[in-house]
Design a protein around this ligand. Sequence first.
Ligand SMILES: C[S@@+](CC[C@H](N)C(=O)[O-])C[C@H]1O[C@@H](n2cnc3c(N)ncnc32)[C@H](O)[C@@H]1O
Length: 218
Amino acid sequence: MSYTEKGDLNADGRMDTPAFHRNQSFVVEVLKTELGDISSDVLEVGSGSGQHVAKFAETFPNLTFWPTDLDPEHIQSIEAWRRATELANIQKPFFLDVTSDDWEFGTENRPPSDLAAIISLNMIHISPISVAKNLFRGAGDYLSATGKLFLYGPFKRNGEHTAPSNAQFDATLRARDPAWGVRDVTDLEEFASANDLLLDRRVPMPSNNFTLIFSRRN
Ligand SMILES: C[S@@+](CC[C@H](N)C(=O)[O-])C[C@H]1O[C@@H](n2cnc3c(N)ncnc32)[C@H](O)[C@@H]1O
């Protein structure tokens, strides 16, 4: 289980996490400014409970969402939310470990290889740095020319935490797994640059979080 706060579990396997209720409306507002009413495909990496993708699909009926995770319990929860919402624009969740070499998009039952967006919320600090690095490689491989990568969570800047609560959270993460930890925007910009991407916007969010938006370097 990769959540720092466990939520409730419905009889059909739908997980209900406290973090979703705290941040979902703010995340949706940022996506509205960037995705508008385009029609295309969006990958979510590390979808967790599946509550976010259900909300996104309801908010953006013109977009097709592809939720993923590596945890079977989470994939079960995402599928249960997909069924409960009955929304046609959520594809069946599938197993994706970001660190795998080839995501095989553009093949049967997989997203196309020209995505409008890749979204990953609260994921890259609850995994080793290799996960963040490979996420940028996947973004470089599978975003369309105008595609964007959205990362939500706490981030450091130039080696410094942006708030004492984030420093405390970072210490808690590292105590659970020394390979985990709040990531530095400078490192992420390096990963972006290696994949011909750049940081477009850094949007402050409640509770000392940010949404980082990366796009292709033209
Ligand atoms: C803290 S949870 C966040 C879930 C959800 N995005 C949210 O904000 O509620 C982190 C998620 O990342 C997933 N994850 C961790 N390492 C991953 C990897 N290498 N590839 C794909 N997903 C991963 C976990 O299984 C978990 O569902």
